[in-house]
Write a protein that binds this ligand. Structure first.
Ligand SMILES: C[S@@+](CC[C@H](N)C(=O)[O-])C[C@H]1O[C@@H](n2cnc3c(N)ncnc32)[C@H](O)[C@@H]1O
Length: 378
């Protein structure tokens, strides 16, 4: 399955052994999720949960209490270690593959011909919430340059995400964007004709593709902190014969004028930003939207309403996968946040949409194959 990714010119190539290793990493993950993870519920229901209740005389108050006792159980420790190792293995398998051809990829990106623009701004600094850890264990993160005109981190992302999701995000990792366009915008705003669209935290521009194809008359822009991801994203877009505009810019303080966009969206960005940053990004979304324009921030659904054990399971990434803001973001009242930056209360809502082809990823995060869109209209 994982050799079906669309072969655009920037995509790293795999020889037989590299592909076998990546396939193994993916299969290893699948075995953990399908065969081992379900048993963790039994550990809670039949061993750790009853012991907690016997000792405390009550059910656990929240996922933190569940975590503290569960992480002492040998079976849970083993499961958690396997998950961590499988994630490291996946990045190792992709990183050695990318590193072998890194200089070639840089050269290809330099020479790629096509439209659109790339505007880099070396004065943009990576905020600490991006630079302090390699998010989800991805070596180099999104922003570090390992060589001149680097594109390595985004080649890693492009291939790594595809392997991780076993292709469920689409053959161009475009699935989050397709979900917003097909399952929300086309359904609820069939006559919408945006002139300018912005993707905040665009990385390789996977989600931008869906908007470019759905709204051919619109200008599509993407911003990101990282120069390597923007270089790769722009070159990839050219290689795919699409036109888009990439800017190195912090979503917390954008240089676009007020009211510039008809859509400001993001996909799976919010859980990677600190709380204060998220508020700034919402405030900038409000400022840069034209009257009637839509803010759409897509994420896996919040924890609210889930029992403490389910929250504990979903929260594994916070503690073990270098996703320090995962849990806090999933506790945040995003509608209240949107209202606090200026949107009218009655123009803010959460829309749950079937997550396109990305069923497996969504289900893993407890979304049951759904994405939650925080939607606000200016
Ligand atoms: C999970 S990735 C987004 C994936 C992408 N939207 C997609 O659909 O493939 C998060 C991205 O957001 C970027 N990012 C994080 N904080 C940002 C900020 N304050 N401003 C701009 N980009 C940011 C990161 O550099 C990274 O490339």
């Amino acid at each position: 399955m994982i050799d079906e990714q669309t072969r655009h010119p920037l995509l790293p190539e795999q020889d037989h052994d590299e592909l076998a290793r990546q396939n193994f990493a993916r299969s290893f993950k699948r075995v953990i999720f399908n065969e081992i993870t379900p048993g963790i519920k039994d550990v809670w229901e039949y061993r750790v949960g009853p012991a907690f209740e016997a000792a405390e005389g009550r059910a656990p108050a929240d996922r933190h209490e569940v975590r503290k006792v569960m992480m002492k159980d040998p079976q849970v420790k083993l499961w958690s270690s396997l998950r961590r190792v499988s994630q490291e293995l996946l990045w190792d398998a992709v990183a050695e593959n990318v590193e072998r051809q890194a200089d070639e990829l840089v050269e290809k990106a330099r020479r790629m011909e096509g439209g659109g623009t790339l505007t880099l701004d070396p004065s943009v600094e990576a905020p600490r919430y991006i630079s302090a850890v390699d998010i989800h264990l991805m070596p180099t993160g999104y922003w570090s340059d390992t060589r001149e005109d680097d594109v390595v981190s985004c080649a890693l992302f492009d291939r790594g995400v595809y392997v991780y999701a076993a292709g469920q995000l689409g053959t161009l990792n475009e699935g989050y964007g397709t979900t917003i366009v097909d399952n929300f915008l086309r359904a609820e705003y069939p006559d919408f004709a945006p002139r300018r669209i912005l993707d905040v935290g665009c990385t390789a521009g996977g989600s931008m593709l869906a908007f470019i194809d759905a709204y051919p008359d619109a200008e599509v822009h993407g911003i990101d902190i990282g120069a390597p991801v923007l270089r790769y994203g722009h070159a990839r877009m050219k290689g795919l014969d699409r036109v888009a505009h990439f800017h190195q810019m912090n979503g917390e303080a954008m240089s676009f004028p007020d009211g510039h966009f008809d859509v400001v969206f993001s996909t799976i960005l919010m859980h990677e930003t600190a709380r204060a940053a998220l508020r700034n990004i919402f405030a900038e979304s409000f400022r840069t939207l034209a009257p009637g324009g839509l803010m759409i921030h897509a994420e896996f659904p919040q924890y609210e309403g889930l029992d403490a054990f389910t929250q504990f399971m979903l929260d594994w990434d916070t503690y073990n996968n270098n996703e320090p803001f995962w849990g806090a973001m999933h506790d945040t009242d995003l509608e209240a946040l949107a209202v606090s930056v200026g949107f009218d209360r009655d123009r803010v809502r959460t829309v749950y949409v079937p997550a396109g082809r990305q069923l497996q990823t969504g289900a893993k995060k407890g979304g049951g194959g759904r994405l939650a869109l925080t939607v606000a209209q200016r």
